[in-house]
Design a protein around this ligand. Sequence first.
Ligand SMILES: [Zn+2]
Length: 320
Amino acid sequence: MPLADHAIDRAGHRRSDTVYLAQARRAPGTHVLLMSAGEPFATPSGEPARPGAMLPGAKASALTWLGAPAFSLPHTLALFLGLARDGEAVFALDLAPPDAQALTAPGGALHDLGTFLEFRSAVQGLSPFDAGVAATARGLFEWHRLHPFCARCGAPSAPSDAGWKRVCTGCSAEHFPRTDPVAIMRVTQGDTCLLGRQVRWPPGFWSCLAGFIEPGESIEQGAVRELHEEAGIRADPDAARIVFSQPWPFPASLMIGVALEATSTAITLDKAELDDARWFSRAEVSAMLEGTHPDAFCPPPSTIAHHLLRAWVEDKGPGT
Ligand SMILES: [Zn+2]
């Protein structure tokens, strides 16, 4: 699952180990990723995007990894993300947009090394390791950006534990990065699958329905409730199956894939949520995944929706 690679050892016990962190920042083998406004520093390779890509013209890419000298670049926050397969530390630095712009301009220290790429198009071409690291860094940087104050007393809070915590400067309360669970539903009825589209999406783009889990709800209950609210379709929460999940740092979602077998077929749209929804045949969904459908397409391979649909089309057996 893209963005969910397990190749990094998060080494959580090192986050408060200031001696280790100071040494790791200077180590010759240290890996440093740059990010600015949630966009990773990467190298577009010029390869065309894979079939079914959401963003026409998106280019494949690779992160531009820098070494310890990158710490001399102006940055607003440094995260310790863990250890790579070679045992070396992995850091991410957040650069203010004006600094990022100046450094990548002709004559800047980063000129010709890469560019800050829009996250969604960049991850389509990244290796699983790079995509997982980029997703973690983006999720943490977004959390810091959106949570500058203490939720308990309102005083400013400050980053701690190599970016994995904030501590209030007023009342010392500790705050941890949040993750918001979202059910993303693959709703089938025999040999057909329900897909919807939002009014802001490109023409012809369809995807799985999705919605946030509410307090007091199970994932299965949330999925069934959202399906009924958005499309008027019924399903039995006791028959729901959790398939797989994917972190989605826009800004802090955890997408949980849920397979539902609909017990009704008549669609009643909530127009505030969906522009349209309809049932697609397995052959149509297959063509959409391959990019050969004449007038409909679906999310790219970097998304959980793509893999939920592909697993159904390919019918990989129990659990999928
Ligand atoms: Zn406080």
